[in-house]
Write a protein that binds this ligand. Sequence first.
Ligand code: NIG
Ligand code: FE
Length: 413
Amino acid sequence: MVDRLLIKNAAQIVTPEGKSARHGREMKQLKIYENQSILIENGKIRSIGNQPDWEKLVPADKQIDASGKAVLPGFVDSHTHLVFGGYRPDEFLWRMGGMSYMEIMERGGGILNTMKATREASREELVDHSMDFLKKMLAMGVTTVEAKSGYGQDHDTEIKQMEVVRDLNEKQPIELVSTFLGAHAVPPEYKDRGDDFIEFLLKDVMPEVAEKHLAEFCDVFCEKGVFSIEQSRHLLTEARKMGFKLKIHADEIVSLGGAELAGELHATSADHLLHASDEGIRAMADNGVVSTLLPTTAFCLKEPFARAREMIDAGCAVALATDFNPGSGFTFSVPLMIGLAVIYMKMTAEEAITALTLNGAAALDRADRIGSLEPGKQADLVILQYPSYKFLPYHTGINIVETVIKKGKVVVR
Ligand code: NIG
Ligand code: FE
């Protein structure tokens, strides 16, 4: 039997178009339909338009009147550290008092603080903890979320984190995409032996992750004082041979050349990029690397925002994501992120929407399936309380998502 859903009379249906990332100027080209409907069949978009027989085809309780409302693709949060134990509110306040993120890390706080709590947490605790976050993300219109490991830095805890992601995928509507980030910090067991730690990950953890399909991507915190360009290149090159797709935490704190490395390796995405150089920007544009910007992290670290305008003007495909984590940015607020992108980063509202939908999907290698409203794509969409997408940045910091549909099913109403 065909399972249908009809979203009718939408004031506006707004979407980027295509099955791959939109680069540069393409980012602001949105398709806008006015006063039209979307027919969904078996979880996929069948058609967008106005056919008189659609109302007869679909049972009344499967029709949603969207008059006066805008419809957009579901949002894709392509960079989060979703699964972790414990919290670090004191560190946040130390930062506000002037201490730097790296100073806190060097004193054994930061990632290593969360590592201890994550090692101690049970699987059930981690699942419960993350479920609560996911529920709130869904309510803000997020239908796909990437989730990184990286708070274990030992075999068992890294595997535990990724198994939690796998379990969460079965337990709630958001699709989770798993990334292995074992190289997130050097754990105390390998103090001053970063190279040995990378060999440990390559030999004792990653083959199992690959074999059990526990992660699709491999990421690394490529940063001064964490993992160098050479270490990152070695790790990612070997990761690719094992079948992982590549991501890099690049140029977050200093300009180290992470964006250039992402270009060299043709990584799927380079993320953060607060201090990406001009050469790095060119390398991403030339090599089809999605430039994933994380405005809430810059905001919470009180750092300058990434150069979104320069990147887009140079032809990069920019994505926006939250980087939700217990340290550098304990927030997954989509409204705050859109506000920061449009108010401070010189992105237009249209570019911000492409960044959060199709380009986010491209950062997860899913642009052929999600990220836009087009026939054949998965029916992941949000209905806003207001008639235009322009209310997203304008109603600053407020969640205006009213209804969320995932794979053709109403999951928030
Ligand atoms: O993306 N920079 C490295 N990792 C995270 C922060 C992790 C943490 O502080 O717990 C980030 O900002
Ligand atoms: Fe991150």
